[in-house]
Design a protein around this ligand. Structure first.
Ligand code: ADP
Ligand code: MG
Length: 638
């Protein structure tokens, strides 16, 4: 059977029914690809997807660890269509469930969800349909497993597969332990015939993986870990010490990325408030999100962002859990996050549909001090902090700082942190590209470290600001009154920009040539590796921003026909509004970009566009190809 719109209509009998329950060798690779194209619009599997689908169709349990955006949903959705019976998907987030079911329904795949947001009548009617066998997939929150209705459902319909999404929640060692996940095993055991059990997560250490297998009783599971790399993400660090310069950098970036959707993460509510106001004043449609806002405002602002009414979200890290917006094309961290786990998870919300996207960190040493303060100090009224936890968190922050100041490949840093073994050059991060130049900092390092030595020889210790002041020969009262101007290192770096000295100083700390001691007022002191610089005269090189301003980041869609893209987006948004669904559920930006490239004029060409399957072709083929035809004739005649 070939995918051909003339000979093939979904109207009468869904395609998946032809193949259902026929795996055992009869269902070939092409057939599964046909399902992939028909229902999901994709021609290629992403890494790991095909293996998992085949394992599940062979009735094997699965444990899959794949990064955010890798496409885990498809790994169980394709088999769910083909297995005889219902697939139950256990998912922790109500907002996410609704999105997933919306997307399924858009592809004419019978699915539904059950959670506390449903009115009792809707809940009952969903159960009724499920019992009738009207769904292939039913999403449910783990707490829901306790309800009698679900228990009965398990007795009345054949449950072919139980999928556990965000499976790390089952382990105490994971970062989001949810006790209700422990109900899953009991539920599965209560079923008369044991379903295939499949667990998916983006982050799991070995300990967590063991817990998942043990607690869920996975039987000889097919275990797949695809690694953490996301090739389409461009990683960048920009060192920007002063706040006004950050604002300017952001405005410059937005100017070069008009009409793109993105998230700007800030460390504090106050920064969120200020920055979103600044962006609005500058004419950008930005909304905001943090834990200090009312529930209703958070919901409205989140929807404004998801439905593309406002393309920019300025938020604290309270925003993003469960957000599956596929057209986020940049994530900017306005302040350095507390650890690499959070950074990678937040940055990973960009480029989920696989198109090129930017993850940029604005680094300033001041933010580092703020974070150190937050880690070490208690809020008034809070119990004292566990010293072991404080020192653990400071270590994590140190790794994050290393990322922000390293001259090595940024991607390599991230992947190595998660235990991958990457090459040391990716070519798609700001260190690998040419915005930095290698600078010999041997002399500067010697000067800075000797200054710390000299201070220690006098039996004193100072923080970074004072040390930099001494090096630059500042005539402050505090400095002069202690006679520090008589140090031999006083004023020996008077000709270097203060921010450059700070950057080098931070680099020396991150690489343990110097150390910071104390938590409330951290002071500089010599460290195990100081001797390598001042006695052994080890040459040291670091990547520093070139003296001229950095090039603007390349606009990766520049080669596209921007005018057509804008028209396609307008059409998509209109259709989305009419149907009351988020625009990206109709087509992702990646699909629209592919339309700009392929310029489809007829159904066949339209089907070749990434993200277009039979169902979407039938729904949207005509209007989109008509728009492309009109655009072509207009551009020809002009
Ligand atoms: P996660 O692994 O984080 O759960 P999702 O399942 O939400 O990821 O998928 C992320 C995005 O990738 C979705 O927009 C999805 O449509 C897209 N996607 C999944 N599989 C493919 C594929 N084979 N080809 C192209 N895009 C895909
Ligand atoms: Mg997911």
């Amino acid at each position: 059977m070939s995918v051909n719109s003339q000979t093939f209509s979904l109207g009468q009998r869904p395609l998946f029914l032809f193949f259902q329950g026929q795996y055992n060798g009869l269902l070939m690779k092409q057939d599964i690809r046909l399902i992939l194209k028909t229902y999901f619009g994709f021609t290629q599997f992403r890494r790991g997807q095909e293996e998992i689908i085949h394992a599940l169709l062979e009735h094997r349990d699965v444990l899959a660890v794949m990064p955010t955006g890798a496409g885990k949903s498809l790994c169980y959705q394709v088999p769910a269509l083909l297995l005889d019976g219902l697939t139950l998907v256990i998912s922790p987030l109500i907002s996410l469930m609704k999105d997933q079911v919306n997307a399924l329904q858009e592809g004419d795949i019978p699915g539904a969800y059950l959670n506390s947001s449903l009115a009792p009548a809707d809940y009952q009617s969903t159960i009724h349909h499920a019992v009738q066998g009207d769904y292939k997939m039913l999403y449910i929150a783990p707490e829901g497993l306790k309800r009698d209705a679900i228990q009965h459902l398990g007795e009345q319909v054949g449950i072919a597969m139980v999928v556990i999404d965000e499976a790390h929640c089952i382990s105490q060692w994971g970062h989001d332990f949810r006790p209700s996940y422990l109900l899953i095993r009991e539920f599965i055991q209560s079923l008369t015939s044991r379903p295939i059990t499949a667990a998916f997560t983006a982050t799991a250490t070995d300990k967590v993986k063991e817990d998942i297998v043990r607690i869920l009783h996975l039987e000889n599971p097919y275990v797949l870990t695809t690694g953490f790399n996301r090739e389409n993400l461009y990683f960048a660090v920009q060192t920007i010490p002063k706040s006004p310069d950050k604002v300017q950098a952001l405005l410059d970036y937005l100017k070069n990325h008009q009409d793109k959707s993105g998230i700007v993460y800030c460390a504090t509510r106050k920064t969120v408030e200020e920055l979103s106001a600044t962006l609005n004043a500058a004419g950008y449609e930005a909304t905001r999100y943090h834990a200090g806002l009312d529930d209703w405002e958070r919901q409205i602002n989140q929807d404004d962002f998801i439905y593309d009414r406002k393309p920019l979200m300025v938020a604290t890290n309270a925003f993003g859990m469960g957000i599956d917006k596929s057209n986020v094309s940049f994530v900017i961290h306005y302040n350095i996050p507390k650890n690499i786990e959070s950074y990678y998870q937040e940055a990973g919300r960009a480029g989920r549909a696989g198109e090129a996207a930017d993850c940029i960190l604005y680094y300033s040493p001041q933010d580092l001090r703020t974070n150190t303060f937050l880690i070490t100090n208690c809020q008034p009224g809070d119990p004292p902090k566990d010293p072991a936890l404080v020192s653990h968190n400071l270590e994590l922050l140190k790794a994050m700082t290393y990322y922000a100041t390293t001259t090595d490949c940024l991607r390599a840093q991230l992947l190595a942190y998660f235990g991958d073994t990457p090459s040391n050059y990716c070519g798609n991060c700001s260190n690998c590209t040419t915005r930095f130049e290698a600078v010999d900092i041997s002399l500067a390092a010697q000067k800075i470290i000797s200054c710390v030595y000299r201070i220690e020889q006098r039996g004193k210790r100072f923080g970074k600001t004072m040390v930099v002041d001494i090096l630059r020969g500042t005539k402050s009262q505090k400095l002069l009154s202690q006679g520090l101007d008589s140090l031999s290192t006083y004023g020996i770096m008077a000709d270097m920009d203060v921010h450059r000295i700070r950057t080098i100083l931070d680099y020396l700390i991150a690489h343990e040539y110097l150390a910071l001691e104390g938590t409330t007022y951290p002071v500089l002191c010599s460290a195990s590796r100081s001797g390598e610089i001042i006695f052994e005269k080890k040459p040291l090189e670091m990547m520093l921003p070139k003296d001229k301003p950095p090039h603007p980041l390349p606009d990766k869609t520049a080669e596209l026909d921007e005018r057509l893209f804008i028209k396609l987006k307008a059409l998509r948004n209109r259709l989305a509004q009419e149907a009351h669904i988020p625009a990206y559920i109709i087509f992702s930006d990646a699909s629209l970009q592919d339309m700009c490239r392929k310029m489809p004029l007829n159904p066949e060409q339209f089907l070749a566009v990434s993200g277009v399957g039979m169902v979407k072709m039938e729904k949207y083929g005509e209007v989109f190809t008509r728009l492309v035809r009109e655009h072509r004739s207009q551009t020809k005649s002009s």
